[in-house]
Design a protein around this ligand. Structure first.
Ligand code: ADP
Ligand code: MG
Length: 234
C-alpha cells in the first residue's frame, strides 16, 4: 500500500487531529493503536474517505481518498456490526451488491453465499442479525465488506463489543483472510492480534502520530507515552 497523508488537520468543535504528515509504502496490514480519544477512529474514517479532513488531503495507492474511484475499492467494518436489523445476513449483502454494484439477483446471491462461507457462516445465512451471536454478526459484516471485492479493508475496533472468546473467533477469521491479497488498515486494542497480523504499527497520542514502525516497536517503545500505553494494555 502507498499511503500519503499530506498535512491533515481535523476539527469537530475543537481540533482533534493536528497537522499529520505521514508517507509510507510497501506494507499491507497497518495497525493503528492508542488510548481512547487519541484520534484513531477519526484518522481511519478520513483514510477511508468517509469523512473529509478540515485541512489537507490523503492519497492512498495514488488515489485521492475522496474520489469515486477510490470509494469503489474499499470496504469498512465498524465497531458495532452495523447490519440492517430487519434483513437476513444474506440479504444484508445482496442488497448492497444489487443497489450499489449493479449485480443481478443471481450474481448477488452467489457472491453473498461465497463470502458468508468464507467467514464460516453457511448455516446462518437466513438468520436476522439479532438471532446470531455478536461474533457471527461481526463476521457477517466482514463478509459484507469483502463482497464488493475491495482492495483495502478498514476495520475500526471490530471486536470492541465482544467477549474474549468471540473476539478470538472474529480475529482468527480476519487472519484467515490474509491469503486473499487484500490490504488492511485497522484499529484494535488486541495487541496479540497486532503482533500476528500487522506488518506496520502507528501509535496515536493526542491527535498526532506519536510513534510508528514495525510491530517490534511494541517490544521496545521509544517514547514514554507508548511505554506507558504498553504497560496499561498488557
Ligand atoms: P479514538 O477512536 O482514538 O477513541 P476518536 O477519533 O473517536 O478517537 O476521537 C478523537 C476526539 O474527537 C475525541 O476527543 C472525540 O471526543 C472527538 N470526536 C470524535 N468524533 C466526534 C464527532 N463526531 N463529533 C465531535 N467530536 C468527536
Ligand atoms: Mg475509536
Amino acid at each position: 500500500m502507498k499511503l500519503n497523508i499530506n498535512n491533515i488537520s481535523h476539527s469537530y468543535d475543537v481540533e482533534v487531529l493536528h497537522d499529520l504528515k505521514f508517507n509510507l509504502e510497501g506494507y499491507k496490514s497497518i495497525a493503528i493503536i492508542g488510548v481512547s480519544g487519541s484520534g484513531k477512529s477519526t484518522l481511519i474514517r478520513l483514510m477511508s474517505g468517509m469523512e473529509k479532513p478540515t485541512f489537507g488531503n490523503i492519497d492512498i495507492n495514488e488515489m485521492n481518498v475522496s474520489s469515486e474511484e477510490y470509494r469503489k475499492k474499499i470496504g469498512f467494518v465498524f465497531q458495532n456490526h452495523n447490519l440492517f436489523p430487519h434483513l437476513s445476513l444474506k440479504r444484508n449483502i445482496t442488497l448492497i451488491l444489487e443497489k450499489t454494484r449493479n449485480k443481478t439477483k443471481e450474481e448477488a446471491e452467489t457472491i453473498a453465499l461465497s463470502k458468508l462461507k468464507l467467514l464460516h457462516l453457511s448455516d446462518q445465512v437466513n438468520k436476522l442479525p439479532k438471532n446470531v451471536s455478536g461474533g457471527q454478526a461481526q463476521r457477517a459484516s466482514i463478509a459484507r465488506a469483502l463482497s464488493v471485492d475491495p482492495d483495502i479493508i478498514f476495520l475500526d475496533e471490530p471486536t470492541a463489543s465482544l467477549d474474549p472468546i468471540l473476539t478470538h473467533e472474529v480475529l482468527t477469521a480476519v487472519e484467515e483472510l490474509k491469503g486473499l491479497g487484500k490490504e488492511f488498515i485497522f484499529v484494535t486494542h488486541v495487541l496479540s492480534f497486532v503482533r500476528d497480523f500487522a506488518d506496520y504499527v502507528i501509535y496515536m497520542h493526542e491527535g498526532r502520530i506519536h510513534e510508528y514502525g514495525l510491530p517490534s516497536i511494541l517490544d521496545s517503545p521509544k517514547t514514554k507515552e507508548l511505554k506507558e500505553f504498553m504497560r496499561k494494555v498488557r
